[in-house]
Design a protein around this ligand. Structure first.
Ligand code: ADP
Ligand code: MG
Length: 254
């Protein structure tokens, strides 16, 4: 592919008069891992939600392989996508949140096969086969028949990752996936994400885990007050931040 996998152009988002995103430009190549860091309230979650049109931008655009997200051209006019078109497009991006949002009354395996069977009409036997392979990958194969309540937060989050992967997304969006976890469970989820990155998955990860960002990210983005203040190779940004706001933020993280 010639261009970037995902492209964000002059993105603005406001809630009422509160401008939360004030002109974001980003490009993410296939296979690239981008970590986004920044203070609480800086617009990181809103940016992720705009990427798959869970939030509608005020202006600007997001492109996935050159296709605009949420809107389409018909002749020379721009239209909002229909719900079905949008749903189809959203499935190209997996999303993992801070909370795990598993179906509580379903087992791990049932959680993972749900969307492939219902949405993609994958035959059950094939869906189970693929789900078990994914559960093995995230280290949850031996818990396939457990219910979420019987699992640790780390196990639930690894299941949520497998469930996202079951839809074969072209990229994965993570919004503080380890922030709700007890400290001793953070590592296993980061290890799963690290492995996914090593396998070539394109990932956008909002995180406070600077160790993960330093080790795994190709690109580190520092956001504050709705703008990208600084971005670059993690080692450069972390060891030699150019902007005072980045320096202050990183000093507080230590
Ligand atoms: P971050 O993820 O960096 O902590 P958010 O994107 O969640 O930041 O929020 C950025 C700003 O937008 C915050 O001031 C927040 O209060 C505001 N905000 C987020 N979502 C909404 C919403 N649905 N309605 C109104 N304000 C919102
Ligand atoms: Mg957030």
């Amino acid at each position: 592919m010639a261009g970037p996998l995902l492209k964000v152009e002059r993105l603005h988002k406001a809630f009422g008069t509160h401008e939360v995103l004030r002109g974001i430009d980003l490009e993410i190549d296939e296979g690239e891992v981008m970590c986004i860091v920044g203070p609480s309230g800086s617009g990181k979650s809103t940016l992720l939600r705009c990427l798959n049109y869970l939030e509608k931008p005020k202006s600007g655009a997001v492109f996935l392989k050159d296709e605009p997200i949420g809107v389409r051209w018909q002749g020379d006019r721009l239209y909002e996508m229909t719900f079905d078109q949008l749903a189809r497009q959203r499935r190209r991006m997996g999303m993992v949140f801070q909370g795990f949002h598993l179906f509580p009354h379903k087992t791990v395996l049932e959680n993972v096969i749900e969307a492939p069977i219902i949405v993609n009409r994958t035959p059950r036997r094939k869906a189970v086969e693929e789900a078990m392979a994914l559960l093995e990958k995230v280290g949850m194969k031996d818990r396939a028949h457990y219910h979420p309540a019987q699992l640790s937060g780390g196990q639930q989050q690894r299941t949520a990752i497998a469930r996202s992967l079951a839809m074969r997304p072209e990229l994965m969006l993570f919004d503080e996936p380890t922030s709700a976890l007890d400290p001793e469970l953070v590592g296993e989820v980061l290890a799963t994400m690290h492995q996914l990155a090593d396998e070539g998955m394109t990932m956008v990860v909002v995180t406070h885990e600077m160790g993960f960002a330093r080790e795994v990210a190709d690109e580190l983005v520092f956001m504050d007050e709705g703008v990208i203040v600084e971005q670059g190779k993690p080692a450069d940004v972390l060891l030699n931040p150019q902007h005072e706001r980045t320096q202050t933020f990183l000093a507080r993280m230590r």
